[in-house]
Design a protein around this ligand. Sequence first.
Ligand code: SF4
Length: 380
Amino acid sequence: MRHLYLHIPFCAGKCFYCGFYSVERGPADRIDYAALLCREYDGLAPRLGRPRLETIYTGGGTPGLLGAPGFRRLAGELRARGLLEGIAEWTVELNPASSGEDLLAELRAVGVNRISLGAQSFDAATLARLGRWHDADDIARAVARVRQAGFDHVGLDLIAGLPGVTDALWRETLARAVDTGSEHLSVYGLGVEPGTALHAQVAGGQQLPDADAQLDALALAEQLLTAQGFERYEISNYARPGRACRHNLAVWRGADYLGLGPAAASRIGRRRWTNRPDLDAWLAAVRQGEPPPRASEDLWTDEEDAVERLVFALRLNGGIDPADLARRVPALAGRARDWEARLARLASRGITERPPGAASHWRLTARGREVADAVIADLL
Ligand code: SF4
């Protein structure tokens, strides 16, 4: 296990579209949480041996709400367990509204070397409709502060296909995102998650752009960003050459990862589990030295494990080699031949192709990326 995810489940409010687990708590509670997060690791440590981590990804929620004292405490706990030794990439997600100079200086000091900023849009009216706490200029100012603090790897998240965003506004958002000089841009399609304010608005008659309009927005992003020198290395992710997110790449390539905190998911060997999204239940358990309650926990067969680890790499530009499946689990040779035949059939419809220089691999074409979930579900 070389990849660690830390979930920070705090937000200052709820963005209208957001289905992630987060709650509102005061500063003292947030620092307490930072101090306790590694206790969940302690319960698992005997089974993990002595992991040599390569990457840490700190997401949320709004990790910036831990503040400089919270990150100092969190880093101290990680260091005390040897989990910061040899780390190649430590990402922290920040909101433009919670990325002050003190926090950034502390993040640099403890070894964070990659910042991912939730921008979502550069249009003021759109940001207000989303219930964000920042405006477009705050994003540019946040990137400037991050650079000033000495970070040379910055990413922005954007949402495509938002209501009220014209073609011209979307072009402007993409251009302003590129102008920030960020090395990494993530472009997600808008989803309507149950339980969100957006879900209620849609149920009340709010119109959203249709699927074609969303695909057009995603296609425009590909066209404009690749023209600017970004590589679309994963369906939703673009990076300057050599600046992909190592943590997420490892997960898509099928590596083990451990997630700590309420709602965090883990894949270790054939085990998969997701913690229950309940901060109080999580706190009560770790204070007792107990495992936190799980929303799901499964022990997969060798076959299920091998299939899942391989198939999601189809989201990556490098694609997959069906023969890998047979190499990992010889009993799956028949399944590998079936994948080969299916992917070849999809190639005749313009959905898959051989990547240049990789005659045994298949990857999705631009058209195939639009139906990636359906292709992966078919292979699964
Ligand atoms: S989008 Fe991010 S900041 Fe907004 S509520 Fe969700 S986790 Fe919090």
